[in-house]
Ligand binder design. Sequence first.
Ligand code: ADP
Ligand code: MG
Length: 558
Amino acid sequence: MAKGNINVSVENIFPLIKKFLYSDHEIFLRELISNATDATLKLKHLTNTGEAKVEYGNPMIEVKINKENKTLQIIDQGIGMTEEEVQKYINEVAFSGAEDFISKHKDAEKEGIIGHFGLGFYSAFMVADKVEIITKSYTDAPAVQWVCDGSPQFELGPSDKKDRGTEIVLHIAEDSQEFLEEYKIRELLQKYNRFMPIPIKFGTKEETLPLPEGADKDATPEKVIVDDIINNPNPAWTKAPSELKEEDYKAFYHELYPMQFDEPLFHIHLNVDYPFHLTGILFFPKLGNNLNIDKDKIQLYQNQVFVTDEVKGIVPDFLMLLRGVIDSPDIPLNVSRSYLQADGAVKKISSYITKKVADKMVSLMNDNREDYEKKWNDIKVVIEYGMISEEKFYEKSDKFALYPTVDGKYLTFEELKDKIKDNQTDKDGKLIILYASNIDEQDQYIQTAKEKGYEVLLLDSPIVPHLIQKLETTKENISFVRVDADHINNLIKKDENIASILTDEEKETLKKDLEETIDSKTYTIALENLSKDDAPFILTQPEFMRRMKDMQQTGGGM
Ligand code: ADP
Ligand code: MG
């Protein structure tokens, strides 16, 4: 059989990049600003090591619209490129200068350089029919200009650019004119670049100066025009937890969600270096029994560049109920979602986060049990959801899962077992855990059970039917029984035979009457061992039947 090379020519690859590389055209801006950021971080590294003998200063990145010329410019004061570098990094598609830099400067990895694939720059052609690069290297090399109209031909020549850095000029295509609108660009900057590490200027704004000390209170404060910097280059998650106070975390929550007026219950600061890099802050919002909150609130970043807020498949489902930021350079910035979900690093990240959340629960409970109990009802759906869906989380849950009782106690499973082991078993010695799902509706049953000295849990979240099943199948010799179920009459208890207020005769007639009016397939009538004066009889349902119905109602919906 003959062997040969498949010939990939640039003529074919351009339209491919344009069409399929990124499903979202708008990410061109993120890519170009990422390159400008990389160029600046590289310069920072080289000046730090003394390799570049230039002043680093306070570089920023500027984004400018010129409606008349129909251009969008991205200007940086970074490392720039020599003519050879343009030849190498720009003209060779899919040759990543970022990876090249990191392989040459191993210790530069920690600078958080974003580029990977060597394709980001070409995303400019998704919105521009002509792109210019005007660039001057930090070295003495002369400035150059590169122009390309999206065909494989380009022009490269000298430029009179005076200052160090790179200016990318996009001649916006006819079908992409929206990218010449200020509001559109501002929206994109807000979405993708809000926490990038180098200040990004987009126009100017008016700012009112504070009155100088001792000034007349009625004096008109001075107004000045300042650069409009759209990003916060040092967001909370990039700092060490020891640098941050409780207020700082809350302030960051509101910075992240300006439209969210609630306060988070607590946060988890993620910070790991090995076996992958990951930082972030997760917040527990007040959830109550609500499973239908706005999911997709967790934002995924890579080196402070926004990647996505659709985290399904990347973080475990139960954590989608949380809010916050996850930043990892090990999450591939791009390409497609199915690729992301299959990625090994992504799986490791997901199980790391699960473990971190479990650890945090343990420490919250051990550090201040009272406070943890107070928060329980607002966080329980997350925990219960985690227990039924993530095995690793479930395995640890005995250390932090609480089981509230109808009278306001919060017990761990062990504590509960201890309390009921002498009192609540069936004739085979199986531990019977009584619970109510609705205090008002089941009040009569709860009172009866309490009078018999039984402990009754209050399990009212929508996940409970699934949680009970999970506990019953994994823990030995236990059974959950709702207070209004028939089992309650069959529990073994020492002081049986509480006298009824009814005579035997009365009981017989009452029983007959009841059997005529009540569907005996659904309910069981009990007239014995009931102490309560106003409850001479009690109707119960087989636990099994009711559960089947419950499951049908909530089933599949998880
Ligand atoms: P990547 O960022 O993944 O390396 P890109 O296609 O985005 O790939 O960019 C290719 C290369 O072009 C970069 O690695 C860098 O060497 C060079 N480059 C792009 N933009 C700039 C810029 N603003 N300043 C300096 N070099 C740049
Ligand atoms: Mg890039």
